[in-house]
Design a protein around this ligand. Structure first.
Ligand SMILES: *Cc1c(COP(=O)(O)O)cnc(C)c1O
Length: 371
């Protein structure tokens, strides 16, 4: 039996009666758009993130687009994010008429390097989007200090970090606005596309809610043009069920990571995930660095360990960002990590046997194909 990166079938088996009932209720009431499931989920997710407001969205990408619209950019303004992330973080800048600037990551946390941010800031820079990559929060105090000095608007991309803490505060409460993805494979995942935002600011929450729903206000009709970026009611119902388990799932992810740490501790070629003393991570992924990454990955997959790569080519070296003119060597930390990283299977339902098999197979791979 091969070990998947994440086992959503095992999760569904455990939750089937609850999930099926929640979905059936929406179908029976034909309350597909808006309604109590969406409002209840928004309230419950805000409580989970320990912030006053959450707003549902159609996807993590839609949430990023909405958040960036809230920054009121002008053509030619610049948005800074990291090159080592999923493309969605960078993609939304152009939708708001802005230019994207890609910067490097810190070699241990894999999140935005405050020095690289400081060096990238120019007269038109307005927004910075740190990513809490792999479930490890970025160093928000250091990034905020740079952002404050240059009057930048900060958006957290928390798509991989639901429930993680930085100096005791949950992600989602570390900037004026944060965005989440509920893509099925995320720590909290829907049964299709879904996303959301959190904020402390009631006016911004109201504005984002309207923006996601054609600029519509209950009382006054369409106050401005917006989008159809609403959270779907069936997805909200699924998310409400799963949110009740998120705390225990994240705890189990930390346990699995601790087991991997023990099992891989003596293996010299493996760089294990770093955890800053300031954070409590949620291990969306357990990412190691190894030599001969492609051969090691092929060996793992041939031997039933379905490791994957997040992300094998940094954004600045993708065809989509050729126009930025960033050559190989320009963002060296990201390039080195991208060339050496492997994401090992991690999901709350993982058994001790599966954890041991992954660690053993990785050691075999390093002995046989690496070097
Ligand atoms: C998944 C992800 C997104 C995009 O979310 P979707 O729901 O797939 O649109 C954005 N940023 C990061 C870091 C992600 O991992």
């Amino acid at each position: 039996m091969s070990i998947p990166l994440i086992d959503l079938k095992a999760q569904y088996r455990n939750l089937k009666p609850e999930i099926d009932a929640a979905m059936a209720e929406i179908v029976e009431n034909t309350a597909f758009i808006g309604g109590p499931a969406v409002a209840d989920f928004e309230r419950e997710f805000a409580a989970f993130c320990e912030v006053p407001h959450a707003v549902g969205a159609a996807s993590g990408t839609a949430a990023l687009h909405l958040a960036l619209c809230g920054a009121k950019l002008e053509p030619g303004d610049e948005v800074v994010t990291v090159t080592h992330t999923f493309i969605a973080t960078a993609e939304v800048a152009r939708l708001c008429g802005a230019r994207i600037k890609l910067v490097d990551i810190h070699p241990q946390t894999y999140c935005m390097d405050p020095e690289s941010l400081a060096a990238a800031i120019g007269p038109r820079t307005r927004v910075v989007i740190p990513v809490h990559l792999y479930g490890h929060p970025a160093d928000m105090d250091a990034l905020d200090a740079v952002a404050r000095a240059h009057d930048l608007f900060v958006i957290e991309d928390a798509a991989q970090a639901h429930g993680a803490r930085y100096k005791g505060t949950r992600v989602g409460g570390l900037a004026p606005v944060a965005t989440f993805s509920f893509y099925p494979g995320k720590n909290l995942g829907a049964y299709g596309d879904a996303g959301g935002l959190t904020t402390q600011d009631p006016e911004l929450a109201e504005h984002l809610t309207m923006l996601a729903n054609h600029g519509r206000s209950q009382k006054y009709g369409h106050l401005f043009e917006g989008f159809n970026y609403r959270l779907d009611a069936i997805q909200a119902a699924v998310l409400r069920v799963k949110l009740r388990y998120l705390e225990q799932w994240n705890a189990r992810r930390r346990e699995i990571a601790a087991r991997y740490d023990e099992l891989l501790a003596g293996v010299e070629e493996v760089t294990r995930p770093y955890v800053s003393p300031d954070v409590e991570p949620v291990y969306h992924l357990y990412v190691v660095q190894v030599p001969d990454r492609d051969r090691v990955t092929a060996y793992l997959r041939e031997h039933g360990v379905m490791a994957q790569l997040h992300y094998p080519v940094p954004l600045h070296l993708q065809p989509a960002y050729e126009h930025l003119g960033l050559k190989p060597g320009s963002l060296p930390v990201s390039e080195r990590v991208a060339a050496r990283c492997i994401s090992l299977p991690i999901f709350p339902e993982m058994t001790e046997d599966q954890i041991q098999k992954v660690a053993r197979t990785l050691k075999d791979a390093l002995a046989k194909v690496a070097g």
